[in-house]
Design a protein around this ligand. Structure first.
Ligand code: KIV
Ligand code: NA
Length: 271
């Protein structure tokens, strides 16, 4: 297998093949996800909850993100993995200035990431442009942006109603113009996510709780394996239930996404 690259992801999109992404935070699980055929691995700041036991992603540091990124990349290297590695820029590491964002992004790229992800729209577009111009591929993240949970007032669906949908659409178009090659859409109405996907030919939408109309899907690995400290969000499916192994569960996830069996839009109450 050849390593996943941006041209390869564009090819997949062109061919109508869904892109699959899972989070991973360590060498072993990253290697298993890669072997299961997951194209993109996200070293998400959800590791704050999953690995560190924090109440939200707000307390995750850049040092921690670099540490987990290095672990994931070493795991992939060991098995000659092909996955595209995206690493989250944590809260506070890109908010001060474009220069601060570049410095933080370089830290994660030097840890082995192929792309960095940052949350929010509007003010982030110039930052994305600054990074992309300097050779850092960027994944944006709109809708429910967990780093701003306290400002949003909780983990709830975003982009509901005409006004909110219009703002989200404007932000998404600005991010594509700024050069973002990928866009995570978290907890937005499925019709809006589908619509945005059509509007963004150069920016691959990756949905989580956003219905089946996106170019790809992402889940937190622990959620889809049914190992969780709390309750799973409604949009998660436990792929471990019918699988005999972790790798089997991940393969089932990949197959379900590719064949359009996950997510099931019927189950999304907010559609
Ligand atoms: O940190 C994370 O796991 C994420 C995904 C839920 C998209 O940002
Ligand atoms: Na994240």
């Amino acid at each position: 297998r050849r390593p996943i690259s941006l041209p390869r992801l564009a090819q997949m999109r062109e061919a109508g093949e869904k892109i699959t992404m899972l989070t991973a935070y360590d060498a072993t699980f990253a290697a298993v996800a890669d072997a299961a055929g997951v194209e993109c691995i996200l070293v998400g700041d959800s590791l704050g909850m999953v690995c560190q036991g924090l109440p939200s992603t707000v307390g995750v540091s850049l040092d921690t993100m670099a540490y987990h990124t290095e672990s994931v990349v070493r795991g992939l290297h060991r098995v000659q993995g092909t996955a595209w590695v995206v690493a989250d820029l944590p809260f506070g590491s890109y908010h001060e200035s474009r220069e601060q964002a570049l410095k933080s992004a370089c830290r994660l790229m030097q840890a082995g990431a192929h792309m960095v992800k940052l949350e929010g729209g509007g003010w982030t577009a110039p930052t994305v442009h600054f990074l992309v111009e300097r050779g850092v591929p960027v994944c944006a993240h709109l809708g429910l942006t967990p780093q701003t949970v306290h400002a949003l007032g909780g983990y709830r669906v975003q982009g509901k109603g005409d006004q909110a949908a219009q703002t989200l659409r404007r932000h998404a178009l600005e991010l594509q113009d700024a050069g973002a090659a990928m866009l995570v859409l978290e907890m937005v109405p499925a019709p809006l996510a589908r619509d945005l996907t059509q509007a963004l030919p150069h920016c691959h939408t990756i949905g989580i709780g956003a219905g089946s109309g996106t170019a790809g899907q992402v889940l937190v690995m622990h959620d889809m394996l049914g190992v969780n400290l709390g309750k799973n969000p409604k949009f998660v499916r436990d792929f471990m239930q019918d699988a005999g192994s972790v790798k089997g569960a991940m393969e089932a996830y990949v197959q379900a996404v590719k064949q359009g069996r996950f997510p099931d839009d019927q189950l999304h109450a907010w559609n």
